[in-house]
Ligand binder design. Structure first.
Ligand SMILES: *[C@@H]1O[C@H](CO)[C@@H](O)[C@H](O)[C@H]1NC(C)=O
Ligand SMILES: *[C@@H]1O[C@H](CO)[C@@H](O)[C@H](O)[C@H]1NC(C)=O
Ligand SMILES: *[C@@H]1O[C@H](CO)[C@@H](O)[C@H](O)[C@H]1NC(C)=O
Ligand SMILES: *[C@@H]1O[C@H](CO)[C@@H](O)[C@H](O)[C@H]1NC(C)=O
Ligand SMILES: *[C@@H]1O[C@H](CO)[C@@H](O)[C@H](O)[C@H]1NC(C)=O
Ligand SMILES: *[C@@H]1O[C@H](CO)[C@@H](O)[C@H](O)[C@H]1NC(C)=O
Ligand SMILES: *[C@@H]1O[C@H](CO)[C@@H](O)[C@H](O)[C@H]1NC(C)=O
Ligand SMILES: *[C@@H]1O[C@H](CO)[C@@H](O)[C@H](O)[C@H]1NC(C)=O
Ligand SMILES: *[C@@H]1O[C@H](CO)[C@@H](O)[C@H](O)[C@H]1NC(C)=O
Length: 420
């Protein structure tokens, strides 16, 4: 009788998660913390309405929450440090209880269908280092309380439906290395305070409704390698301090209303590490600096649909160049020899797109076109003043899909090699 009762109570103890926790934990304060984490996760689960992969069905009492899929716990305290449910086909809201997971270092919910707002309770996660909510349907403002996550290094909110102004408070996140805000509905100006994000390497706010100028203070971001503000309504000039950020490799400023001229040292003393330079569809004027040929890692150079004038420099050293587009400008003066830069591209063995359409280039097409990279897919030379014959060996360019020579002053016959 006695034996059987003891047996029953031991069985009882071992089946109750709360007692199990007690057995594996010595201090009662840790037990309380564990229980808060468990309740927070269940509250998180309760706000998920669609769970395509059925992941959350295994968030049940049969397993300790540290072993639930998507959860990582710290070994010592058995507290949740990572909640990673990326690309899980989930839809629902993000519960405010998330703010109770006080040991959380990473919250990765990217590439799901979370909607509604980002709860301000997120600001209670003072240990949080990575917050990845990109590719969802979060709406409303960025809670300014996020500025209390003082250990945050990665904040990715790309591709949601967030709106309102960019909170100037974000600037206090001094450890932030990545800030991606692109493809949302943000409006207003870029806060000058962002220049205080001294650890920033990636700053992207493309595809929003941002107005006004680019703050001078952003020239303080000495570690910036990726800088994207394209597809907004930004105006004014690029502050000179920005051109001195020699760390920049990728810069996307296209589809704005920016104006000004490029400094002569652009690719030499300034952006010497450039790989991608996209400034199309703005109001820039003046010449294309000869120094771009010194940016030896340049792979994409696109300044289409601006108001550039003058001669195009020699580009012989750009062996990684695959996209060169200067169409729809006022380049060229309809004089002989100004297509020499085309011959200088013969060493660019990766070239795929070459577009000089809708400018004022004169002169003749030389046979060197036939010696350009056989990787070329598109040659766009239409709407210029080019005269003479079409090079006879143009058919060497066996991967060519598009060849526009129309609206020029070309004469003679179509070379037979064109059948290649
Ligand atoms: C509880 O989770 C386990 C996996 O951890 C799973 O096998 C079981 O089906 C789940 N129970 C329910 C009722 O969903
Ligand atoms: C995003 O999630 C979908 C399924 O919902 C998946 O097919 C796709 O591969 C994911 N994308 C990435 C980049 O993980
Ligand atoms: C957790 O967070 C919610 C919402 O912020 C709060 O109402 C609740 O009292 C907190 N504490 C626990 C132990 O769940
Ligand atoms: C985001 O979603 C798009 C479209 O659903 C998908 O193509 C892309 O791979 C996703 N990206 C990430 C980083 O999950
Ligand atoms: C937001 O931060 C303020 C202090 O800056 C604090 O008083 C408030 O409780 C926080 N809100 C939430 C929901 O944590
Ligand atoms: C940047 O931080 C300094 C102090 O670190 C502060 O005085 C200044 O106001 C901040 N700048 C902006 C634009 O917020
Ligand atoms: C930029 O546009 C705003 C209106 O959105 C205007 O008030 C301002 O003067 C413009 N600034 C420059 C430098 O063109
Ligand atoms: C070009 O790229 C290579 C490889 O990423 C790198 O080692 C080199 O320093 C770069 N050169 C310049 C001038 O940026
Ligand atoms: C390219 O760099 C060399 C030295 O590294 C320099 O002499 C030359 O003037 C530069 N060219 C341009 C166009 O800046």
């Amino acid at each position: 009788m006695e034996f059987s009762s003891i047996h029953i109570s031991i069985w009882f103890i071992f089946t109750q998660p709360i007692f199990l926790l007690f057995l594996f934990s010595s201090a009662s304060s840790r037990l309380a913390g564990n229980e808060v984490d468990r309740l927070s996760l269940l509250a998180f689960k309760a706000e998920i309405v669609t769970d395509t992969l059925g992941i959350l069905s295994s968030w049940n009492e049969s397993l300790h929450f540290c072993r639930w899929p998507g959860i990582t716990c710290g070994r010592r305290h058995q507290r949740v440090t990572v909640l990673d449910l990326r690309s899980s086909g989930m839809a629902g809201h993000l519960s405010p209880h998330i703010g109770n997971l006080s040991f959380l270092r990473a919250l990765n919910l990217q590439n799901n269908s979370f909607s509604h707002t980002i709860p301000p309770e997120i600001g209670r996660l003072f240990r949080l280092e990575r917050l990845r909510l990109h590719n969802n349907s979060f709406s409303g403002h960025i809670p300014f309380n996020i500025s209390r996550c003082s250990n945050l290094q990665y904040l990715n909110l790309y591709r949601n439906t967030l709106s309102g102004k960019l909170p100037t408070e974000i600037a206090s996140l001094s450890k932030l290395r990545l800030l991606k805000l692109g493809r949302n509905n943000f409006h207003g100006k870029i806060p000058p305070s962002f220049g205080n994000l001294s650890s920033l390497e990636v700053l992207s706010a493309s595809h929003n409704n941002l107005h006004g100028g680019i703050p001078n203070s952003l020239g303080q971001l000495k570690s910036l390698t990726f800088f994207a503000l394209s597809a907004n309504y930004l105006n004014g000039t690029i502050p000179p301090s920005i051109y001195h950020l020699s760390s920049i490799k990728f810069i996307y400023m296209h589809r704005n209303n920016l104006h000004g001229t490029f400094p002569p040292g652009l690719g030499h003393t300034m952006f010497s590490n450039l790989e991608i330079f996209n400034f199309h569809t703005n109001q820039f004027t003046g010449p294309v600096p000869a120094s771009i040929s010194n940016a030896s890692n340049l792979s994409l150079f696109c300044i289409s649909h601006n108001k550039f004038t003058g001669k195009v420099p020699n580009l012989a050293h750009l062996s990684n160049l695959y996209w060169f587009a200067i169409n729809h400008n006022n380049l060229g003066n309809n004089v002989e020899g100004e297509l020499d830069f085309v011959s200088s591209l013969v060493n660019c063995t990766n070239l795929q797109i070459l577009s000089i359409s809708a400018n004022n280039f004169g002169g003749v097409l030389t046979e060197s076109i036939s010696n350009l990279s056989t990787k070329l897919r598109g040659i766009y030379f239409d709407e210029n003043q080019i005269h003479g014959n079409i090079p006879v060996r143009v058919g060497n360019l066996i991967n060519l899909e598009t060849l526009y020579f129309n609206d020029n002053l070309l004469t003679g016959t179509l070379p037979s090699s064109i059948v290649n």
